[in-house]
Design a protein around this ligand. Structure first.
Ligand code: ATP
Length: 288
């Protein structure tokens, strides 16, 4: 099997006596989107800072494309594209200038800023100061900046936060193109719908530890309860919502009884979301 793009073993980091990342281990393959899900304070940003060489691990190792993040930090960083809350854009420069500056920094030959701005839907606004950009435009420019060096490793934090549906779709297709070309994507988010859609595998992080790691489908199969939502009508015109758990011994009988005894108006099947599963495992939600 090809060696993983990211390989993390027993990685730990504390701020003082606050153990923010507590012995996490995982691999990310080339061309894979790895969703890293957890609520505020779970340890997502600290993990990204460790993997991108902004913090030094206190225990454990991280290898990026076979390079140790401590001893080969500079070389590993050349392979990374990062769109993160800490990513700085030069507000007094325009979009083209921002990207060109970055391309020079990364020594990218034959860089075409306009073509990239076109891909993120910013052409036409490329000559304006970034200071005048909306949050969504800055978000797209940060995504473009992350793609300047055609990186083999992409670290993205909530890449579609604050974007309208069309821009969200644009960012999703940029991610798909990058992975098709072999990039590994490390996606941190508390948006489980986006993580579910984009990720090949997801890891749930809770209090610095990975508490589950698998494909979204496998997690749903293992932890998730499927249910039927049934709307029944009463003689007085009122409606009522009932729920019947699927995959249980009494399911068939419960459905039979409902149809025999009630006036069933609608039936929908519903599968557990990643959010439901996260709450099942940790006792708390992903938001906040
Ligand atoms: P968010 O979704 O809010 O960004 P997160 O999952 O990225 O949260 P981290 O920022 O990694 O979580 O924080 C993990 C723990 O480390 C938290 O308890 C946080 O308070 C603490 N922490 C993070 N940064 C620092 C810092 N610079 N100094 C001290 N403690 C910190």
């Amino acid at each position: 099997m090809a060696s993983p793009a990211i390989s993390v073993k027993d990685l730990s980091f504390s701020y003082g006596d606050n153990l923010a990342v507590d012995g996490i281990s995982f691999d990310v393959a080339e061309g894979e989107v790895f969703g890293f899900l957890g609520p505020n304070g779970a340890g997502k940003s600290t993990t990204v800072r460790l993997l991108t060489g902004q913090l030094t691990p206190q225990a454990g190792t991280a290898e990026l494309l076979g390079m140790d993040i401590v001893s080969e930090r500079k070389k590993a960083q050349q392979e990374m594209g990062i769109s993160y809350e800490s990513t700085n854009l030069y507000e007094q420069l325009n979009a083209v200038e921002n990207l060109n500056l970055f391309a020079r920094l990364y020594k990218v030959a034959d860089f075409d800023a306009m073509a990239l701005l076109e891909r993120v839907g910013l052409s036409g606004r490329e000559k304006e100061h970034v200071a005048n950009y909306s949050k969504g435009m800055k978000q797209r420019l940060m995504m473009a900046r992350a793609l300047v060096s055609r990186p083999r490793l992409l670290f993205l934090d909530e890449p579609t936060d604050g974007l309208d549906p069309v821009s969200t779709q644009t960012v999703h297709s940029l991610i798909e193109t990058a992975t098709r070309e072999g990039a590994a994507v490390f996606l941190t988010t508390h948006d489980m719908v986006e993580a579910d859609k984009l990720s090949d595998r997801v890891a749930f992080i809770h209090e610095g530890r990975i508490v589950a790691l698998d494909t979204p489908a496998a997690l749903k199969q293992r932890f998730g309860m499927r249910a039927l939502k049934v709307e029944v009508g009463h003689a007085n015109g009122q409606t009522e919502l009932r729920e019947v758990a699927l995959d249980e011994a009494g399911t068939a009988q419960a459905v039979h009884d409902l149809f025999r005894d009630e006036h069933v108006l609608t039936v929908h099947s519903e599968e557990a979301t990643l959010e439901d599963i996260f709450i099942d495992i940790t006792g708390r939600g992903l938001q906040g």
